[in-house]
Design a protein around this ligand. Sequence first.
Ligand code: GLU
Length: 452
Amino acid sequence: MTTTRFAPSPTGRLHVGNIRTALHNWMLARQAGGTFVLRIDDTDAERSREEYVDGIKVDLTWLGLNWDREERQSARLDRYEAAFEALRAAGRIYPAYETAQELDVKRKIALGRGLPPIYDRAALALTDEERAAKEAAGERPHWRFKLDHDEPITWDDGIRGAQKFAASQLSDPVIRRADGSWLYMMPSAVDDIDMGVTQVLRGEDHVSNTAVQIQIFTALFAAGFAAHEGAAKTLPAFAHEALLVGKEGKLSKRLGSLGCDAFREQGIEPEAIIALLARLGTSQPIEPIADRAVLTASFDLSTFGRAPAKFDEADLERLNAAIVHHLPYDAVKDRLPAGMDAAGWHAVQPNLAHVAEAAEWWRLVTGPIEAREFTAEDRDFLAQAADTLAWGDDPWGALTAALKEATGRKGRALFLPLRQALTGRDNGPDMGELLPLIGESEARRRLSEASL
Ligand code: GLU
């Protein structure tokens, strides 16, 4: 049974990068008929905000990325405590007393010597007396997870292929602050175990976290922490996708703030975002596929490339227009101007880049339209048109055929004055569809008025 999760920290709204991660995890779950968990990573009480939790849910709902289970880290502190005790009893957690400044100095010294800035484990070397002295002096420790340097870390990444890390090249991660609060590293592994997560798909900025977390998982399994029902008994499959960059190929500030509110404001349909983000960075063609079952069925981690995926808003606009051209009336009817029916939607749809523009074209039907200037010759022609107009199955076809026959006009000379008189515009939706919507008497009135 596949279980995936999307684990946003509620310290802001979703942006394209994390929308993409959410979508891919959703697709993995849906493809397998599995479970998609929304996990709110809110252990950072200072930066987490309830309004962002709400905003994230509003955004996911708007995108149609429904979740089967919701979890919050702030409601699971007892589990982290239990894991902490299990790891501590197993000798995998140790207290450390360095201040942030001291650690910073150590890092700088290491870098100055051309060495990687790995924590030197000075706290592990403290004797019991030294520790007691620090405690007596009121120093409160933070807590580090002790990596096993003898255990090579490897995994077969769903996107990056075989991965290998030497634990000795990583710092023992701080997992708990001196005030007792939790950092990301251990709770995430505890949650993945408790929630039976089978696949972890996230950005490549998490690759080194995965190396560390693999040892945390393994230590928790060894400590018997995952014995309960529903818990994962083995490591999840990991995959890390290349990050999203702007079209210039650089990490872009704009992408970090581009989210659902901006998309909604620009009139971008969720389906356009989904169609783009489902395949961006993969070898599959990006196409205006509005049926997400199709996208889900074809979703395949093995098609992901290692190069950063370039996000271009112009691509999104193009996909949006193409998708709008095929949206069924039922999908948009709540957003259309009053009185616009399925025939009206069908008439204006090919002219739209965004659904909201339907209102502008619909005014050509409801009026008032812009009054145009015509030459004397065209005015005569329009008077003749008003007389010729007859109502049937295809009033436009009948009108233009009759006028062509009677006047010898054709092409632009035939069609343009009629369109201008009937709609006030030089271009627009197909007149064959528009004229029946304008209606016989209004059409005759417009033609007559233009002929004066
Ligand atoms: N809250 C973490 C983040 O937003 C989750 C990372 C993960 O998927 O484990 O980066």
